[in-house]
Write a protein that binds this ligand. Sequence first.
Ligand SMILES: Nc1ncnc2c1ncn2[C@@H]1O[C@H](COP(=O)(O)OP(=O)(O)O)[C@@H](O)[C@H]1O
Ligand SMILES: [Mg+2]
Length: 345
Amino acid sequence: MNIYPTEANTFLYALVVWVIPGGIYSMKEVWVEKYRPKALSDIVGQADIVERFNAYVATRNLPHLLFAGPPGTGKTTSAIVLARELFGENWQGNFHELNASDERGIKVVRTKIKDYARTAPLGGSGFKIIFLDEADALTTDAQAALRRTMEKFTKTCRFILSCNYSSKIMEPIQSRCAIFRFRPLKDAEVLSYLDKIAKAEGKSLTKEGAKAIFHISQGDLRKATNILQVAAFLSDEITADTLYKVSSTARPENVTSLLETAIKGNFNDARKLLDDMLIEYGLSGEDIIAQIHRSIVKLTIDDEIKVKLIDRIGEIEFRMVEGSNERIQLEALLAFFVLAGKDIA
Ligand SMILES: Nc1ncnc2c1ncn2[C@@H]1O[C@H](COP(=O)(O)OP(=O)(O)O)[C@@H](O)[C@H]1O
Ligand SMILES: [Mg+2]
């Protein structure tokens, strides 16, 4: 199972941004596009990666590349920025983007990718770039075909493959690529990026607001930028309160208090807190489970109990994913916490 929030999660925020009343917001006004770096020097964090990119640009050449890492950490941005730096103004003529999860079959590799790969690069460039996003969605057969295409057109074509997990890409492809591992961005890096956006848009992000964004986005800059934009639409000063609401995330202190109440044995109070969270933040059962899981690590309780609780959380989460009643499962989890609390006392 994918431990990273999927890019589909963040789709929700983008949707909210696009359907802002009046439809005045075109694609350009979506901040993740508007503020996407155009040069290597604009990329935040990923310092070792940027350093290696600079070396490629200096030699005006590339090997095939494989980008691995969680969403919103700069993989697509890096591919585009590399093309811009290598090909200049007309970079788009030598850059072709495909999403492997839309077109995952072997046919796409045999037709689309091959057709593009065999045409000559434009503007005196020695090669062109094919950027294959979500390459880990390619079937084994498609990966085998891709590998042959990579070999065949290596003189005129460089592949940049992007994925969440490099282990899902077959070894013969991996060994033909220089591998880059993108990391979730650090709080300070997220802040430096968002501060610039807020300033440019005439908005201000409070200190608590920044902390809320770190908590919600977990180093995913796409998510961070999207919730900033949605919150900024509501007020010029962007506060923690607004951010938690627009992102459907419960405050971590509320989740902690829910768990502590249950462990202290107050089942009814805990149940009420759970109700408040479900209603006020509009959270789904799976959202709440994920947040409980994150909070539990910070609780000051015996490790042995913690392990039991985490084990149970895993089981409840699995049942929810399988489609069982979320409400009943969440209450069962609270009941388990109450019983575990009795063991401590
Ligand atoms: N390291 C980074 N530096 C600057 N902006 C970034 C970085 N990572 C992500 N972003 C921003 O977040 C958004 C999504 O980035 P993207 O490169 O598409 O992520 P992914 O890793 O999922 O391909 C873009 O608006 C981009 O500007
Ligand atoms: Mg991407």
